[in-house]
Design a protein around this ligand. Structure first.
Ligand SMILES: Nc1nc2c(ncn2[C@@H]2O[C@H](COP(=O)(O)OP(=O)(O)O[C@H]3O[C@H](CO)[C@@H](O)[C@H](O)[C@@H]3O)[C@@H](O)[C@H]2O)c(=O)[nH]1
Ligand SMILES: [Mg+2]
Length: 194
């Protein structure tokens, strides 16, 4: 059944339009039993994003970053620091262009050809964002700057290299607890490092 004949939007109100957009939409939804039900949902729209795992088969290692994430700080992450794969919002760019720019800004690595491996909705009950997942192999010679992110935007990013074995152990121990990072490391374990 197409989206058009299953959902009938009645009204959308913008609750907040500051940094990103929070909307509240009332719509009628056609249930599986054929009855229509009125529902209301809030959606947080921060656009779409892209993320990448830089990996090296010759050294059996990956590049990860660490940065302060306030939303995690208010929900159980003691110092708010989170280990992640480099990532950024697309803004008006293609996923490929966005991730090339973002990985250079955040890690200092210049990559030629990012390879798209999957895309995923990261929090489909409330956040509209679709995230594009990439991989690229790296060599230490491809590091053209020290990265660190955009200081004016408040970014203060630490870049580090670790072995894939250590990274997987850090998922098991709970030190790595960012969804996109876990997904890419598990992808790497299944498809790249075996
Ligand atoms: N002033 C202000 N700045 C903000 C706010 N929210 C985010 N920012 C800033 O906006 C910039 C966005 O940086 P990006 O590198 O483009 O995005 P990101 O936050 O790393 O997001 C990436 O990772 C997310 C988490 O996994 C993904 O959800 C997202 O798609 C993207 O890939 C960062 O400097 C961030 O601090 C806000 O409410 N106010
Ligand atoms: Mg980022």
């Amino acid at each position: 059944m197409s989206k058009l004949n299953r959902v009938n939007v009645i009204e959308t109100k913008t609750l907040s339009n500051d940094w990103y957009i929070l909307n509240k939409t009332t719509f009628d939804y056609l249930r599986n039993d054929g009855s229509w039900q009125r529902q209301s949902r809030e959606t947080y729209d921060r656009g779409n994003g892209a993320t990448i795992l830089l990996y090296s088969l010759s050294t059996q290692s990956v590049i990860l970053i660490k940065q302060f994430r306030y939303p995690t700080f208010v929900n159980g992450n003691e110092d708010g620091m989170l280990i992640e794969t480099p990532a950024g919002l697309l803004e008006q760019k293609s996923p490929e262009d966005a991730i090339r720019e973002e990985v250079a800004e955040e890690t200092g690595f210049a990559i030629e050809q990012p390879v798209k491996v999957l895309e995923a909705y990261m929090s489909p009950g409330s956040v509209t964002e679709k995230l594009h997942f990439f991989i690229a192999s790296y060599e230490s010679t491809a590091r053209v700057s020290c990265g660190g992110g955009n200081v004016e935007e408040g970014e203060d990013i630490e870049v580090f290299e670790l072995s894939i074995a250590e990274a997987l152990e850090q998922i098991d121990s709970g030190l790595i607890k960012d969804a996109k990072t876990i997904m890419l490391l598990q992808y790497a374990a299944l498809r790249l490092f075996n």
